[in-house]
Design a protein around this ligand. Sequence first.
Ligand code: ADP
Ligand code: MG
Length: 249
Amino acid sequence: MITVDRVGKTYDRFVALGDVSLTIGDNEFVTIVGPSGCGKTTLMNILAGLETPTSGQALVDGKAIDGPGPDRGVIFQQYALFPWLTVRKNVEFGLRTARVPRAERRDRAQHFIDLVGLHDFADALPRTLSGGMKQRCAIARAYAVNPSILLMDEPFGAVDALTRVRLQEQLLRTWGREKRTVVFITHDVDEAVFLANRVVVMAARPGRIVEVIDVDLPYPRTEELRLSPAFTALRNRVWSAVYHQEPVA
Ligand code: ADP
Ligand code: MG
């Protein structure tokens, strides 16, 4: 359903993306991992419709992407919540814009608030929430408008290691119950393997895909799995693909 067809992106003469091709099927959970500056965010912005490629094209369901759309929900590292709105109002926000009637708005917001485990905080303001809770709220908000694709750019980059693991488990539970196509960017190799059914490894100068690794591990993924030899083998494989690149800095 997502096709990236020989996409290049150049800023002046700087090649942020060389020649990237990738196909992502319905309800896949694909993670993109690579060093800082390899063009992950550029690729994500192209999929979000926030930037246009200099060459090639990106398509959703065979249609060229020509701007942001309700078929794609975007979640960034910074908690992009409205500080003056409660969790519930934040989650309802996109539905309000889409003119969804009040009762349905409430129901849908409540459904996703429950799903991300924020039922006790529905009427709280963002500043009273922990970083992890804010990101769960952002996930509920993205889900609420019912996009078929979720684009996540290092969403768990700003939280501590244990919270991060909890957020990964929470996200997989949500995805398990409400399947969507997820493109999840990270520079954390463990996170990339734990979440994905496929890991795309990128390298810099120019930004490009160097390897695509199938993660043939069953869902639901558990903490035991994270400690298993099968997981470790995959993690080591992805790590080598990331590590054995020309150092940029
Ligand atoms: P990543 O997310 O993998 O860290 P980015 O996609 O943010 O990488 O950036 C890839 C490269 O493109 C970086 O070297 C960055 O400096 C450059 N770049 C990104 N956006 C712009 C821009 N608007 N103008 C010039 N260079 C940019
Ligand atoms: Mg980035």
